[in-house]
Write a protein that binds this ligand. Sequence first.
Ligand SMILES: [Zn+2]
Length: 285
Amino acid sequence: MVEDTDALSVRCRFCTWVGTRKAGWRSNRRTKKQRYRCRCCKKRSVLDDGFLKRSHRPGTITKALDLYFSGLGPGRIVQYLGRHHRVRVARKTVLDWARAFGRCVYEFLRALVVHPRGRNLHCDEKRPKVGRRESYFWLMALGTPHYIVAANLTRDKGWDRAKALFREVRGRLLAPVLAVVTDGLGAYNSWTGMVPSRTRHVVVGSFDAWPNNNRIERLNGSVADFLRRRGLHRMDRARDLLLGWTVHHNYVNRHSRLDVTPAEATGARLPLEGDAWRKLIALAT
Ligand SMILES: [Zn+2]
């Protein structure tokens, strides 16, 4: 229940006037929400908590997101929600949530700056099949535990693709990285000349050399796990899902040995205890 004093600080969704009074509840089969009446335009509305116009409970949606990005397929999530929460959802609905919230939260988080804390930037690309054609999933991540600074899914492996990602990385980092570690794909040479710094570009020759890309290969392993279970058919959908996965990887999933999320390891302090997806969605709204 929200206090009346809070209703005075609620902003109207229609005319942006601050100041409403409570006006009953909006309910559907599954959930109910406080309704407010604007003191200016007199329209009634509910708060936009990120779940506006979603008929399911926020808790159901974030549980589905957590399970999906942890690697459970949509069919199994539907079964799980039916068994434990008596909620009937379609598989497509689960995928729609993953897409919509994945993209929305990713877009919000990509504006945040990151301190590399003296770590290397590892670059690698994965080649998932999207609509039966090969595509490139680019990952640029800081050292262990891997914080993904920039990612993208493209059809080609052009020079511009890597360059755009490097540009994004440069915009987000508060300090230069020690070195840029790549696997020698030609496109990564676009790093040269990007910044007038002493950042080394290390092309990995062998696994014995240091720094090497072994660690990001492991990150790639978990991407591969995620990709293996689902057919990706369209580029735009696949991109949303993969970017959503990077959010889960960075902010939700805890490193099994270090017991921190990669975001916490970079020093980011976002209040995400408990239901991290719910809090991310609230922040992004
Ligand atoms: Zn209004």
